[in-house]
Design a protein around this ligand. Structure first.
Ligand code: F6P
Length: 547
């Protein structure tokens, strides 16, 4: 690992600050396009099936050179290579970071501690494929001999968001005769609603937990087991209705799931980077092993691009640097991701964990508090719905909110007739929004429409609101893999520049410990030593409010 001086003390940082002060907010996007008619073609990077247009950003060629200079100085590519080689770049947990090995080809060699991990990856993928086919074909039956019709994934965080998002994204590729549900919340309502119309004899539970100690998942899994056994009345039923996805065989066995029904992964796969591991089993049952492998191929296309493309044509690097530009030099607090595909309705929620759990850190890799901004707030929902809710603030609010627009030239193949025709209207909105955000509407243009003078300021759009447009032909399994890998590596780039460990998540631990401590106060009225007065009063009120 490079001995990194603080990024803000580097001359490259100062150069960007000076550049920001000297050149911006002028020239604006209208001027930039007027000055360079080729900008719309030049500021495009292609990776796999993705065409990524970053022409509507507040950057010039010089900005891009300076940003790449910062990436070079902070040795982003050096850290990238260390990650791909299996070095222990997750220093606070002393672990390798090798989600990229999950999509490596069979003949690749990637070593961790002298052992090639690739054969193990493919052995698990093969076992998953065999199991998925047996469920899909009806060969795997429940305890009473009935075929499995329902698959319920029980997990939280990375053990939920990835498979739930990808299932939604690839719904058009799923076996529609099977029902899939994803239960994560420890609020009993989640499991209740997921199970209330299901036949236990036809239901398979997939208990997904890297550690198999996560209280929400173990609590829901225990309740799911009771639900099953109440109906089927035989402990042996667990073996046909429960499988586990985990790195922790001991805990899986302790829970009562036969480790023969466990699909493993490894400590070098972070939870939020895990849905292309065994954690994707529910997805594989839904779309089938071949489609799942197509998705892995998509991930690999972007992995290879990230490793091989030069800096000036490297999509994750460019997207990461653009984020740094706004985050650190424009004080942008957030970043919107706005898919124009209903199937990507959970994509931004998935990215929230990927990005915010990775880069939401105020301590650097050297153990010192950072003096610069790190990860942004990531937010967004499918675009057209957002247009009628929060886009007002993106267009005319006082905050700068860089946004990614993701859209497809084709609707999914299942749509036909009028529903298929609606796609052009959807995409007309997609293009119109980035146009409006970039170029706005001047007061002169508003006046020319005959708008009364007192209304002119309200109807004027300043523009200069930066967006990236990611366009692909259609949302296939491969394209989904490409999109996810693109964001994984973008987050990596930013963490490298901010000099933080993007692969730990110590910040979530304190709340977990305190919840365990407070629980007896709620259930038994126990006195919890050291409870602060505010929380103690709230707990007392809670107990009074109970019926
Ligand atoms: O508490 C955060 C976290 O550890 C996430 O990083 C992880 O994805 C989630 O909990 C679930 O963890 P597990 O898969 O071990 O149940």
């Amino acid at each position: 690992m490079p001995d990194a001086p603080e990024p803000t003390r580097r001359p490259q940082w100062a150069a960007l600050e000076n550049h920001r002060a000297d050149t911006l907010p002028r020239p604006d996007l209208r001027e930039l396009f007027a000055d360079d008619p080729s900008r719309a073609e030049r500021y495009v990077v292609r990776v796999g099936d993705l065409r990524i247009d970053y022409s509507k950003h507040l950057v010039t060629d010089e900005t891009l050179v300076l940003l790449r200079g910062l990436a070079e100085a902070t040795d982003v590519f050096g850290l990238r290579d260390a990650m791909f080689r299996g070095e222990r770049i997750n220093t606070t947990e002393d672990r390798a970071v090798l989600h990229t090995a999950l999509r490596a080809p069979r003949d690749a060699v990637i070593e961790v501690g002298g052992e090639n991990v690739v054969p193990g990856v493919h052995a698990v993928l093969d076992r998953m494929a065999d199991f998925a086919e047996r469920v899909r074909s009806g060969a795997w039956t429940g305890h009473t001999g009935k075929r499995i019709r329902n698959v319920v994934n029980v997990g939280i965080g990375g053990s939920d968001l990835g498979p739930a998002m990808a299932y939604e994204a690839l719904r058009a590729y799923t076996d529609r005769s099977l029902t899939f549900r994803f239960v994560s919340n420890v609020d009993g309502a989640d499991l209740h609603e997921a199970l209330r119309d299901l036949d236990p004899a036809e239901t398979l539970f997939i208990i997904a937990s890297k550690t198999f100690t996560t209280i929400e998942t173990i609590t829901n899994a225990t309740s799911a087991r009771s639900w099953l056994l109440n109906a089927l009345g035989d402990d042996k039923a667990v073996a046909r209705h429960f499988v586990a996805l985990s790195t922790n065989a001991g805990k899986v066995a302790g829970f009562g799931i036969d480790t023969a029904n466990m699909f493993e992964f490894w400590d070098w796969v972070g939870g939020r980077y895990s849905y292309d591991s065994a954690i994707g089993l529910s997805l594989m049952i839904a779309i089938g092993p071949d489609r799942f492998r197509e998705m892995l191929d998509g991930f690999r296309i972007v992995d290879e691009h990230f490793v091989n493309a030069p800096a000036e044509a490297n999509a994750p690097l460019i997207m990461g640097l653009l984020g740094v530009w706004y985050n650190n030099f424009f004080d942008a607090q957030s970043h919107a991701v706005l898919p124009y595909s209903h199937y990507l309705s959970k994509f931004t929620a998935y990215l929230q964990q990927l990005d915010m759990e990775s880069n939401g850190k105020y301590v650097g890799r050297d153990g010192r508090e950072v003096e610069w901004q790190t990860g942004p707030v990531v937010w967004g929902t499918p675009g057209t719905n957002g247009q009628h809710a929060y886009y007002q603030l993106i267009h005319q609010g006082t905050k700068l909110i860089p946004a990614d627009f993701i859209g497809f030239a084709e609707p999914v193949a299942e749509l036909s007739g009028e529903l298929k025709d609606q796609h052009d209207l959807l995409m007309a909105n997609f293009f119109a929004q980035t146009q409006a955000l970039a170029f706005g509407k001047t007061a002169e243009e508003v006046r020319a429409e005959g708008v009364p003078e007192e209304q002119v300021p309200h109807r004027t759009f300043r523009g200069n609101r930066p967006t990236t447009t990611v366009l692909a032909t259609e949302l296939t399994p491969s394209v989904l893999g490409q999109l996810v890998a693109l964001y994984e590596h973008k987050v990596f780039v930013q963490g490298a520049i901010w000099n933080i460990d993007s692969f730990d998540q110590w910040g979530v631990e304190l709340g977990k410990v305190l919840a365990k401590r407070v629980e007896p106060a709620l259930t038994e009225g126990a006195r919890v030593p050291g409870l602060d007065p505010s929380t103690a009063a709230l707990v007392a009120a809670y107990r009074e409010f109970r019926k």
